[in-house]
Design a protein around this ligand. Structure first.
Ligand code: CS2
Ligand code: MN
Length: 358
């Protein structure tokens, strides 16, 4: 594995590359062209410039999160084929710039959904949190305005004001998209991009739906082991892989995370590691990465990754907001740095132990 941190680019991130570089063992970042709308083409020049901005700080790009998939592609109408053409060209340009891992998601309308962005924990830190009751009480069209006030002035991924200004229209477009149709549209998309992925060895890593069940009546297809295995089989190519996000699959207590990692051996190209603390099955908050702070056994999660030979980039996912930091909720420097150090420690212990017992 390679320990990395997500970085949104010079213009958007409160965290600087020189700060990331000082986290032990982190030289790679997962980044994106954050100003791009889904469906747009990324030119090779733009990718080159992004690379240069990272490399001048003695860092490198370990993968892209995300090249977003447009709603036209997800719904399967409008400019779908043009957007797929742009996606293929974008992958080609990334391949030419020697970038080989791309994370994306196939969630309708919203990226991850949380009901609170700054729930206070007993130690005074704040975290993202979810309760089903709160979500049920929100009109999805007002979701964005509800959440905007808690974004600390940042733009959060999947919550771009340009898109969400049209949220009602977006919901209408999904009105006849059920799980089967969404799945078929995903397969259509994957079949179209596989040739370019093979040519440039680009590993696609789908991010799970978060939470792992339907919200606001929208369909969900990447949420549990049978569904993800079905997707792997539908396009049975190593370049059709997954982002294993413990905090997203883990929202459902029915998901056995180490078991899923083992079932997906060879197809996990990117790992997001974070811990959740459950108050009830539908009320959870994002905890510190340390196992004892939340509900997951992080040792077993990292051990499953190690034992299945995981060799891709890994990153601490959302961190708590601590030490007075003002940043994008989930994406401050301090707690993610603690998370990286902790996961590195787990990995080192697991690896040395395995070698000693070999
Ligand atoms: C991320 C997702 O912040 C997060 O939870 O893991 O937003 C992820 O980047 C996207 O779903 C991938 O397209
Ligand atoms: Mn994630």
């Amino acid at each position: 594995m390679e320990m990395t941190l997500r970085w949104y680019g010079e213009a958007y991130d409160t965290v600087k590359l020189w700060q990331i570089r000082q986290i032990p063992g982190v030289r790679g970042v997962i980044t994106t062209l954050y100003n791009k709308q889904a469906g747009e083409l990324w030119t090779q020049e733009e990718i080159k410039a992004l690379k240069a901005s990272v490399e001048k700080e003695e860092m490198h790009i370990s993968g892209i999160e995300s090249v977003n998939v447009s709603d036209d592609i997800k719904v399967g109408d409008g400019n779908r084929d043009e957007h797929i053409e742009n996606y293929i060209k974008t992958l080609e340009n990334l391949g030419k710039e020697d970038i080989h891992m791309v994370c994306y998601n196939f969630m309708p309308v919203f990226d991850w959904t949380r009901s609170e962005l700054a729930r206070k924990r007993p130690d005074g830190s704040t975290v993202l949190a979810y309760t089903q009751e709160a979500i049920d009480a929100i009109n999805p069209e007002e979701m964005f305005s509800t959440i905007r006030g808690e974004m600390n002035g940042t733009v959060m991924p999947g919550w771009e004001p340009e898109r969400l200004a049209h949220v009602k229209e977006l919901f209408d477009r999904y009105s006849d998209v059920d799980e089967k149709k969404l799945f078929d549209n995903l397969v259509y998309f994957l079949k179209a991009i596989m040739p370019v992925c093979n040519k440039y060895d680009i590993k696609m890593a789908i991010h799970p739906d978060d939470p792992a069940w339907s919200v606001f009546g929208l369909p969900r297809i990447i949420n549990n082991e049978p569904n993800i295995l079905k997707m792997m089989k539908a396009v049975d190519d190593v370049h059709n892989g997954v982002t294993f996000c413990s905090g997203s699959y883990g929202t459902s207590l029915d998901n056995d995370l180490p078991h899923m990692i083992r079932a997906l051996e060879g197809r996990i190209h990117f790992a997001h590691v974070r811990n959740l603390k459950f108050i009830s099955p539908t009320n959870f908050e994002e905890a510190a990465h340390l196992s004892s702070d939340g509900s997951f056994d992080m040792y077993e999660i990292v051990r499953a990754l190690y034992e299945t030979g995981f060799s891709g980039p890994i990153r601490p996912d959302h961190g708590r907001m601590i030490w007075g930091e003002q940043a994008m909720p989930g994406y401050g420097l301090y707690d993610r740095a603690l998370g990286a150090a902790y996961i590195n420690g787990l990995w080192e212990a697991i690896e040395k132990n395995a070698k000693r017992n070999a």
